[in-house]
Design a protein around this ligand. Structure first.
Ligand code: SF4
Length: 334
């Protein structure tokens, strides 16, 4: 029997190369070996975008098309919309009694995000909502609703999974063995740096190449990428290790040795080097964009994939809630 794997993506923007070489690329390896539930986490996206529902609505389809375009196979992966599974909200309410506010505040992932928000809004965290603080509880509901046994996570998300495990243990100790305690599946994927040298490529950081970017946009972005500041003239010798263009040549495995050696010897100019990278990125993205075009022209197929996956997810979640309510003695037959 294949194990259940659950993962989710917040539909707040298109996928970029960071996703492609990171978590989403990993889905392609996992989809053959597991019973894979892929949640388009629109409700969770609203925790940060509650005042911008249009953005979340638009991106549910955008992100689904991106995933299909990179090769996530809807015959192997169960795509579903979080908002259409009311059982997740129901479980969130039940689990909210099993975790204290101070435990949520101490969760390292939540703490980091809260600190970022305080820095961003500068109001000592007064803008932090109940929904934001409680999202680890809602994540525990996501995972357990589909009996998630293995959860692909990066190191930074381990505390969120631990929170879920604590909730499951507490539930089982009070109400009897009902829920499966999930294990992490640490992905061997890397965090991709931004074109500006930032440790993370991010939608909101303005340093990302999106899978949907046109050739002209990619060229414009790559031309602005950070290179060795000591290289002024074409024949100056430079250090590729401080250059983001070289970093991306390595990421794409594109003539790495040649780029490195010519850069060190002062035998290549940065503009030509960037153009080579632009061509390599375009070559990578062309088949993805062609596949995506098919789905753009057949939106009914994207709807069908989401609908069928959501129906299956609803069945699974209903079964879990039935078990949970029975264990909590609120399974009235009225
Ligand atoms: Fe970077 Fe290429 Fe310029 Fe070297 S030649 S600094 S690798 S862009």
């Amino acid at each position: 029997m294949k194990k259940n794997v659950l993962t989710g993506l917040r539909p707040t923007g298109n996928l970029h190369l960071g996703h492609y070489f990171g978590a989403c690329g990993n889905y392609l390896k996992l989809q053959d070996d597991y019973n894979f539930f892929l949640e388009i986490a629109d409700v969770q996206a609203l925790t940060d975008n509650f005042n911008n529902p249009e953005k979340v609505r638009k991106n549910t389809k955008e992100i689904t098309m991106d995933l299909l375009a990179i090769g996530v196979d809807p015959n192997k992966v169960n795509f579903f919309l979080q908002s259409q599974i009311p059982e997740i909200a129901e479980l969130t309410v039940y689990y909210s009694n099993l975790v204290t506010v101070s435990r949520l505040q101490r969760n390292p992932t939540v703490k980091t995000e809260m600190a970022q928000k305080k820095e961003l809004f500068g109001n000592n965290g007064e803008s932090i909502t109940y929904g934001f603080l409680g999202y680890p509880v809602s994540q525990a509901a996501d995972i357990t609703a589909f009996s998630g046994e293995l959860i692909p996570v990066g190191e930074d998300q381990l505390p969120l999974l631990e929170q879920c495990r604590e909730i499951v243990r507490k539930f089982n100790s009070i109400y009897g063995e009902t829920l499966i305690e999930p294990e992490h599946l640490l992905s061997d994927t890397k965090r991709v740096k931004g074109l500006d040298g930032n440790e993370k490529m991010g939608k909101s950081l303005g340093n990302a190449i999106f899978l949907v970017d046109s050739e002209d946009t990619i060229k414009e972005k790559v031309m602005k990428a950070v290179t060795d500041p000591n290289k002024i003239k074409k024949d100056d010798k430079a250090n590729p290790d401080v250059c983001m263009v070289y970093y991306y040549h390595k990421l794409l495995n594109n003539n790495v040795e040649k780029v490195c050696s010519e850069c060190k010897k002062g035998e290549r100019g940065c503009v030509a080097c960037k153009m080579e990278l632009v061509n390599a990125i375009n070559k990578l993205l062309k088949p993805i964009q062609e596949k995506r075009k098919y789905y753009e022209e057949h939106p009914e197929e994207v709807d069908r994939i989401l609908k069928e996956g959501t129906l299956k997810a609803q069945e699974e979640a209903k079964e879990t809630v039935k078990k949970v309510k029975k264990a909590m003695m609120i399974d009235y037959d009225i």
